[in-house]
Design a protein around this ligand. Sequence first.
Ligand code: GBH
Length: 476
Amino acid sequence: AEVARADFPDGFVFGVATSAYQIEGARREGGKGDSIWDVFTEDKERVLDRSNGDVAVDHYHRYKEDIELMASLGFAAYRFSISWARIFPDGLGGKVNEQGVAFYNNLINFMIAKGIEPYATLYHWDLPNHLQKTLGGWLSDKIVDYFALYAEACFANFGDRVKRWITINEPLQTAFNGYGIGVFAPGGCEGETARCYLAAHHQILAHAAAVDVYRRKFKVAQGGEVGLVVDCEWAEPFSEKVEDQIAAQRRVDFQLGWYLDPIYFGDYPESMRQRLGSDLPTFSEKDKEFIRNKIDFVGLNHYTSRFIAHHQNPEDIYFYQVQQVERIEKWNSGEKIGERAASEWLFIVPWGLRKILNYIAKKYNNPTIYVTENGMDEEDDQSATLDQVLNDTTRVGYFKGYLASVAQAIKDGADVRGYFAWSFLDNFEWAMGYTKRFGIVYVDYKNGLSRHPKASALWFSRFLKGEAAENKADTN
Ligand code: GBH
């Protein structure tokens, strides 16, 4: 039978997700400081269509319209991110920028008035540029204290209404694409790719410091929870061979384990230590104790899967050479793992989500999990009519498949409490600019940024009302 709302437990939360730099715009308004993405995109070569987030989809000015649409579609939760440089323009944690606080107060109050629960992410890649310029950003251990000050300001100002917090979105991407390869801000570390492990290390400590502040100063009064969002492609062993089975495990270690092992077990995975040696920083005994169990839930961003084979020296970028894995898009029988979406990296593999949820449940002692992002993109097609672009049937199929996979994982025993579709709106897709559209709501970039729900948004709306699926009794 087709997936239905009734396949999920009562109280299961359905929402949509976005991030500040990708949608807000208003780069120089409301006293905001520059972030590393503001500066990074000044070099036009960094972004495929030479665009940036100066205006983005103007959510800063249209937040009411956006929240109203979200509410009318029936979503119960909204995962958004707070721009650090709107709260502390230079990141130093001195005096809060009241205009920045006012913007998020208005946003949060408006969503609550419309019956939507806020899930706030503190860091979705937009570091105040001043911290990059003066300290080297996430490469400096000083960032840990600045992040804790910022987190504290957010808890103090918004925590009476925000009960679900996410410290950092996908630390892997900041480390790997930001400080490693350099296709994301701040643009790498000039040949010293291995410093990305240091950027990751400080993100783990910063996450723990923020959770620590919450538990010490806010938890009792506010009663909320703080989680970390990690991203992971599922790694399916390419063959029955033991070396491929081990390689697939290693591939997951280098994504999930990199962040969750230190937090749950006190240290990095052994497979990382073996391959990285002294490139991988070490936690002092004090650090280990400090970070241990500093997490209330795991947020999982999941889009796609790959077959993974062991390879001594794959022809690929440094990261996969170190991991000694080959990422394969076809099964050994020659069959594709799934259809490709618009992004080169995104194959549609619904069963991968069930596997990764069950993996997390088993490995980390059944933590509370939220699927904090899941979705697919289509190419921005300049020649298509509005009717055509709104008819996103592939995305409807994607959601049906992946949601069914979540429902199965819950039946398997994983403690999944919510699901957030990425994304509510078409938006600035980082290095791909506006060429890729992940929204369930179309944004007409050529006609005043007007919003138009795609078929997937309407499908979701019916699904949430319990109308989308056929009656189970008919099909069983
Ligand atoms: C998420 O990352 C992000 O949290 C979100 O902001 C983003 O919009 C969404 O995915 C869709 O991409 O081809 O060089 O541009 C998911 C992990 C990291 C996977 C970047 C794709 C592509 C790098 N993504 N990666 S590049």
